[in-house]
Ligand binder design. Structure first.
Ligand SMILES: Cc1ncc(C[n+]2csc(CCOP(=O)(O)OP(=O)(O)O)c2C)c(N)n1
Ligand SMILES: [Mg+2]
Length: 552
């Protein structure tokens, strides 16, 4: 078939997605989007003969799971994930997940169905003008009104979503436009010039050269921009200690002498320069204010694009562009390693001391179970390629502290938008993107309630995942801050529900654990199960993750 043959909009959209290397469409059914399915499966003949479908169709039980899964494909593969949702409630159910992708900078294309143009304004089923709803949380949100333009519009959507700074693109296609065959016109995408500015690089280099206690923070965009090797070469060449966040965790392996993530507060207090790369200067980084008011620390911000360079705080210097080129250019401009080994050794020692100090907590025999004990058992069972996903409050904060990934791009946390319920969707994507790697999904019992029904989708589609729920019978990360602020808590209690029974009913398996000594064997069974397997660990409701702020 040539590109100029008349095809329906679903075919045009799927052709465009395939041309961008997309292999999976996540969806929940609705008649408004049937042509997209028809194209994905290759039509009736392919389905009836059991032939090879052009694109894998993964259907779920709630649209948010479809979009969380597509977002996670973007995070894991660094090219846009793809979700299709039906008109009206299909789109509104997708909004939180689209927003998460926007805040996380995850490349994602979402196509929504839409009531037919020919009926617009007459009260058609699920008639809703979606783009204004998602405009503020997407890079682009438009409606395709011309049947011949679907291919070009979807092609552009993938190009825009995948270009730094990455993010979601939304398109809706009216039913009559989508069902009507037309000869597609092709898009014309142009590559952006992402070279960093020489002057910016020189300024950054000058600041770095004069620092005596610098520290580097590597964030998710380092991974998203494919800059993990350049980042490592940069810190190795200059001898810079590193704190890793988000998808950049694992850029330096746990035994690397410059990895000082666990000495983060000491580093931020005493550094004279913090170089933040590939992540915003948001609440997770004290809004970019380090040191003390008397001697504030200098800050350099390196971003994947101009729009991401912080404007809310004073910067000593900044640079933006292709992050690999940014790192390489700065390393060349600084040229010699800094004479800071006493400082980096001090931070590394502090990090190792913090890790050593955790040992008793990780081995805790407390009854009820201390949540840290779960990590004590999990740590030795994680292979270097395991994808670890966190969906929850305190339990996931403990994960951030105790799990140090060996490679980047295999740690999926809720990100700064912090939307609970991502877990099953993220796990689905991890299992598809890395079919040969173990996938461990860590969930709070509260978080589990948002999307446990989508274990059904994992079961039906033969996507085994080891699920660990830390069941503290409540919303721990709300219970304890409320007690701290008010002296009491409300709306924070849940029951010690046997969530494994839910998974069993859906065709998976699982067990409850109340004895710390039984956790390890239960994890082994979960990892070997070959089906979604939920280990429901009943943990002490009184234990809060030790934190200094509520993150507000
Ligand atoms: C969709 C959504 N609703 C509410 C919140 C607020 N919130 C943040 S953490 C948290 C508690 C999570 O409880 P759980 O998953 O059981 O983990 P725990 O803190 O108990 O370990 C809540 C309700 C949120 N982040 N996202
Ligand atoms: Mg909980």
């Amino acid at each position: 078939m040539t590109d100029t043959e008349a095809t329906h909009g679903g075919q045009q959209a799927v052709d465009a997605a395939l041309a961008h290397g997309v292999t999976t469409m996540f969806t929940l059914s609705g008649a408004h989007v049937f042509p997209l399915y028809d194209a994905a499966v290759g039509g009736r003949q392919t389905v009836e003969s059991g032939g090879l479908a052009p694109m894998r169709l993964v259907d779920v039980r709630h649209e948010q799971t479809a979009v969380f899964a597509a977002e996670a494909m973007g995070k894991l593969t660094r090219s846009p994930g793809f979700a299709v949702v039906t008109a009206g409630p299909g789109v509104t159910n997708a909004v939180s997940a689209i927003t998460g992708a926007y805040v996380n900078g995850s490349p994602l294309v979402v196509i929504g169905g839409r009531a037919p143009d020919a009926r617009w304004g007459t009260g058609a089923l699920q008639e809703l003008d979606h783009p204004p709803l998602v405009e503020s949380v997407t890079k682009s949100a438009t409606t395709v009104h011309d049947a011949a333009s679907v291919r070009a519009a979807v092609d552009d959507a993938f190009t825009i979503a995948g270009a730094a700074h990455r993010g979601p693109v939304f398109l809706d296609i009216p039913m009559d436009v989508l069902f009507t065959p037309a000869a597609p016109t092709l898009g014309t995408s142009t590559a952006m010039d992402r070279s960093p500015d020489d002057g910016d690089i020189d300024s950054v280099a000058a600041v770095i050269r004069s620092a005596s206690r610098p520290v580097v923070v590597l964030g998710s965009d380092v991974w998203a921009d494919g800059a993990e090797n350049a980042a490592r070469a940069f810190v190795d060449a200059l001898g810079l200690p590193v704190i890793a966040n988000g998808m950049a965790r694992g850029v330096l392996p746990p035994d690397h002498p410059l990895l000082v993530t666990r000495a983060r507060s000491l580093a931020f207090k005493q550094a004279d320069l913090v170089i933040v790369a590939g992540t915003p200067l948001d609440f997770r980084l004290g809004y970019g204010v380090f040191g003390s008011p008397e001697s504030p620390t200098q800050v350099v911000h390196l971003a994947d694009s101009a729009s991401q360079v912080a404007t809310h705080t004073a910067l000593a210097a900044s640079a933006h562009g292709d992050l690999s080129r940014v790192f390489t250019a700065i390393a060349e401009a600084v040229s010699d390693p800094l004479a800071i080994s006493a400082w980096s050794d001090e931070l590394r020692s502090a990090a190792l001391a913090a890790i050593a100090a955790d040992a008793p907590m990780l081995a805790s025999d407390a009854d009820p179970i201390h949540p840290a004990r779960i990590y004590g058992e999990l740590q030795p069972r994680l292979s270097d390629d395991t994808v670890v996903i966190g969906d929850g409050g305190d339990f996931v904060s403990f994960a951030g502290r105790f799990i140090e990934p060996a490679t980047p791009g295999r740690w999926l946390d809720p990100g700064p938008y912090g939307c609970l319920g991502t877990g099953p969707g993220y796990a689905m994507a991890a299992r598809i993107a890395h079919p040969d790697s173990p996938v461990v999904l860590l969930m709070g019992d509260g978080a589990a309630g948002f999307s446990l029904m989508d274990i059904d989708s994992l079961v039906r589609q033969d996507l085994p995942v080891a699920i660990v729920v830390a069941n503290n019978s409540g919303w721990g990360l709300e219970r304890h801050p409320m007690r701290f602020l008010y002296g009491y808590d409300v709306a924070a209690d849940l029951a010690p529900t046997p969530y494994e029974d839910v998974v069993r009913a859906l065709g998976g398996a699982g067990e409850s654990v109340t004895n710390p000594g039984d956790i390890g064997a239960a994890l082994d069974r979960a990892l070997a199960a070959g089906v979604p397997y939920l280990v429901n660990v009943h943990t002490d409701p009184e234990i809060a993750y030790p934190r200094s702020t509520t993150g507000v």
